[in-house]
Design a protein around this ligand. Structure first.
Ligand SMILES: Nc1ncnc2c1ncn2[C@@H]1O[C@H](COP(=O)(O)OP(=O)(O)O)[C@@H](O)[C@H]1O
Ligand SMILES: [Mg+2]
Length: 438
């Protein structure tokens, strides 16, 4: 291991980054108290957050991953402006130079003779690696995902340090139970570093959707894949985010794009329920860069590093919870909620009431034949009620399995709302629950 990347140096960089951020954030908090002009304060806050982002970006690895996960945490837990700044880690990580990447590929493959071309500039960089477009000798275009070295070694110490610093800096003052969450992050992170595992899930999803003409899962190339490098067939398409930006002006007025928008909404909803109730595993990282859209409106699924297996018990409980909410069976709903650990017998009537309200919002799309996600603010209303609920239940952290499902469902919801799609949600849910083989 190179000296500059030793655990001790990483820890020092992390401490430097976060302590300078914390001092800055402290000043800003004081300023906020003295000066209620929130616009000005928000821009100050973002400045502190941007320092944090820059430091984490340089460190890469687990430190950055935690930053990314924090960006998904609710705005009411993080200081104002931080969510957006941390979100940058997700979409705008800095890539490493070719001189850093080439030796990794040479070490993994021995030589690069199988490729007729590899683009030296990465098409995408993230916390654990970056993607280069390349062409095989036979003319096939591929995406090579290259993992940065030595990440596994730094995971544990990075996470330990992050945990201490997050606690000391009081970055998440309302989260009572970090330990379980950090453990889940560690498990997820170690799994994501295993590209053999990811390759297997690519193959599983490709096989399952081979007769579906709306969903494309790229083929993998075993001969150009290792634990640290994953080569997949290049699919010509743009990310869902770019698609949304490109067509935002005509998405709700041009009949052709209304159709495409609704079609994508239907596919995405069917996809997530199929994963939960049939496959019994979910891709738990639903950021819009992991979905591409082709010119024909097909959906491309990428990035299976965060795929999580779900237990039969959890799936059974989730379907009970959903059905009892749809059927307005409050007794069964509360019983299942207790079984799943959302509620316990010490909880106040307000907590139960809030849980029922949360579920009512969640199942809204399944109460009528069609549901429009345009301007329905389902996510915002869910978040507001969940804050209320968390206050009444003293911020108990749910089990990691539930965190993963909720992260996916929440991410899906965000995408549905960005699309503003009209979807036959009720039919999709019942069709999938009917065919379930538990
Ligand atoms: N097979 C592919 N075809 C086209 N683009 C790809 C392909 N694989 C990856 N990409 C591009 O690279 C980005 C990152 O790939 P991904 O597998 O999501 O890596 P990460 O785990 O770093 O997020 C994607 O968002 C997409 O833009
Ligand atoms: Mg990705």
């Amino acid at each position: 291991m190179k000296e500059e990347n030793s655990p001790k140096n990483r820890a020092m960089s992390l401490i430097r980054t976060i302590s300078s951020t914390a001092i800055r954030a402290g000043n800003e908090a004081l300023k906020r108290k003295l000066n209620k002009n929130s616009e000005e304060t928000d821009s100050f806050m973002s400045e502190a957050a941007l320092r944090l982002v820059k430091g984490l970006d340089e460190l890469k690895g687990a430190a950055m991953k935690v930053g990314q996960l924090l960006s998904m945490v609710d705005d009411n837990i993080l200081p104002p402006g931080w969510k957006d700044a941390l979100g940058k880690l997700q979409s705008q990580a800095t890539s490493k130079n070719w001189s850093f990447i080439e030796p990794i590929l040479l070490k993994e493959f021995g030589n690069l003779d199988g490729f007729s071309n590899i683009e030296k500039t990465a098409v995408h960089a993230a916390s654990i690696g970056q993607v280069h477009k390349a062409t095989l000798k036979d003319g096939t275009n591929v995406a090579i995902k290259v993992q940065y070295p030595d990440l596994e070694k730094s995971v544990k110490s990075d996470l330990q340090n992050m945990k201490k610093i997050v606690k000391i800096a009081n970055l998440m003052p309302n989260m009572a139970n970090y330990d379980q969450i950090f453990e889940a992050v560690e498990m997820l992170f170690i799994q994501e570093l295993d590209f053999e595992r990811e390759k297997n899930y690519y193959n599983i999803y490709r096989e399952k959707f081979k007769t579906n003409n709306q969903i494309i899962v790229p083929k993998t190339f075993a001969e150009y894949s290792t634990k640290n490098v994953l080569t997949t067939e290049w699919i010509e398409a743009i990310s869902l985010q770019e698609w949304l930006n490109k067509y935002s002006k005509i998405l709700h007025t041009d009949p052709e794009y209304i159709k495409k928008r609704d079609n994508l909404g239907n596919i995405l909803l069917e996809l997530v329920f199929t994963e939960i109730f049939h496959f019994k595993h979910i891709q738990s990282d639903p950021n819009p860069a992991n979905f591409l859209v082709t010119d024909n409106g097909e959906l491309v699924l990428l990035d299976f590093g965060a795929t999580q297996e779900l237990s039969d018990e959890l799936i059974e409980n989730y379907s009970k919870l959903t059905l009892s909410a749809v059927q307005k069976n409050e007794n069964e709903l509360i019983k299942t909620a207790k079984k799943m650990g959302f509620l316990n017998r010490h909880d106040s009537p307000e907590a139960k009431e809030s849980f029922i309200k949360m579920m009512e919002i969640a199942i809204e799309p399944f109460m009528n034949d069609k549901y429009s996600w345009k301007d329905c603010h389902q996510l915002k209303r869910t978040n507001m009620e969940s804050i209320h609920f968390m206050r009444h239940t003293k911020f108990r952290a749910p089990s990691p399995e539930i965190i993963f499902i909720n992260r996916r469902l929440g991410g899906n919801l965000l995408i549905m709302e960005s699309l503003g799609a009209t979807v036959f949600a009720k039919d999709i849910l019942y069709r999938i629950l009917d065919k379930k083989e538990i």
